[in-house]
Design a binder for this molecule. Structure first.
Ligand SMILES: [Zn+2]
Length: 197
């Protein structure tokens, strides 16, 4: 069965605290392998994503959809590679730098609870700034977390990426229902079948 955009809600029920993971997950496969969904063109998703990660674009700035999709693919490839324990190459860095360097920023000092803090501000609030911020969030993620904590749901049909924040890094699924239950039942049946033969 082919599923269309209207079959999914615009806002994900299992968002991440990392902008890069939320962007990567805007394209996701159905947990039963019935198709691929893309929330990127959905206006409510765009509004949600920007607000959630403290980003904004100027009025009338339309998302460059093809460019964002390409960026999202590259970001996923980099995060997948890194989480699998591979070293990033010069080409990977070039792609990340391309996104980060596309937005012109200035530094500004602001007071946070009386303590001076450096902020980066874009010269234009546009989608290049959004991509630069998302690429920065990927760098922050890789700099601050061990690769094995960046995971993809253990349901082979589900593409959902997440950052495992459990104490012993034991999380396997995007969520218990449906993915966790589905796979646990499958594993249980496999064990039973092997037990009988
Ligand atoms: Zn899943």
């Amino acid at each position: 069965m082919h599923m269309s955009l209207s079959d999914v809600a615009a806002i994900p029920t299992h968002p991440s605290s990392y902008a890069c993971i939320d962007l990567v997950n805007s394209r996701f496969t159905d947990y039963l392998g019935r198709g691929v969904h893309d929330r990127l063109p959905m206006q409510p998703w765009q509004t949600w994503f920007l607000r959630r990660h403290g980003l904004r674009v100027g009025r009338g700035e339309r998302m460059p959809l093809q460019e964002m999709r390409r960026f999202r693919d590259e970001l996923r490839a980099v995060l997948d590679k890194w989480s699998a324990g591979h070293r990033l190459t010069a080409a990977d860095l070039r792609r990340m730098n391309h996104a980060i360097a596309a937005a012109e920023v200035r530094r500004r000092v602001v007071l946070d609870g009386g303590v001076p803090e450096l902020h980066f501000e874009p010269s234009t609030h546009d989608w290049s700034w959004v991509m630069a911020s998302v690429a920065s969030s990927a760098v922050e993620l890789m700099a601050s977390s061990p690769p094995e904590r960046v995971k993809t749901c253990a349901n082979p049909d589900c593409s959902w990426m997440f950052h495992d924040e459990t104490l012993n890094a034991s999380r396997r699924f995007c969520s218990g229902q449906p993915c966790g239950n589905l796979i646990r039942i499958r594993e249980f049946r496999d064990r039973q079948r092997r037990g009988r033969t």
